[in-house]
Write a protein that binds this ligand. Structure first.
Ligand code: 4NP
Length: 165
């Protein structure tokens, strides 16, 4: 099983939405036995909380499924996951700062490394924005998750038949 962890700051907006988008793609491609994902936040701001109401609105609007409670990223995640996908450069720095003393090194990427319309390196934090901010984040995640999945399928020779990069 290839395990992917999406990481943002609060774990109530971007990373749980990424988890929901990625899970839908995994299911559509018939890869649920091969790939799984979860999400976490670098902060302890929203531990145990459900996703933001506006995240759940996106989940409903795009017919995704999400059952998640906020949790904080921990060093155990370096052992438990193969890929750590951070939403912005600050998240990546925070993750990498914890990583220094660990021999097991999952691959750490920025989400937008996989976005073919990468206007900027970060998935913008929508927390202080309105619905349009969440819509923008959803579009970025939809594009990026498709490419991430294609990357993993290639790297791990999972060979989904109807896969186009
Ligand atoms: P997220 O968004 O990192 O995408 O979950 C945020 C959620 C909460 C806060 C900041 C960003 N906050 O400051 O509480």
């Amino acid at each position: 099983m290839v395990k992917v962890l999406f990481v943002c700051l609060g774990n109530i907006c971007r990373s749980p939405l990424a988890e929901a988008v990625f899970n839908k793609l995994i299911a559509e491609k018939g890869l649920t036995r091969h790939i799984s994902c979860d999400s976490a936040g670098t902060s302890d701001y929203h531990i145990g909380e459900p996703p933001d109401r506006r995240t759940l609105d996106m989940v409903g609007q795009y017919k995704l499924h999400l059952d998640h409670r906020g949790r904080q990223f921990s060093i155990q995640d370096f052992t438990d996951f193969d890929y750590i996908i951070t939403m912005d450069r600050r998240n990546r720095e925070d993750v990498k700062a914890l990583m220094n003393h660990h021999t097991h090194s999952p691959k750490v990427f920025l989400m937008r490394n996989f976005d073919d319309r990468q206007e900027e390196p970060d998935v913008p934090d929508p927390y202080w924005s309105g619905k349009e901010g969440f819509e923008h984040v959803y579009q970025i995640l939809q594009r990026s998750c498709q490419k991430l999945l294609a990357h993993i399928v290639r790297e791990h020779k999972l060979g989904s038949s109807d896969f186009s990069v």
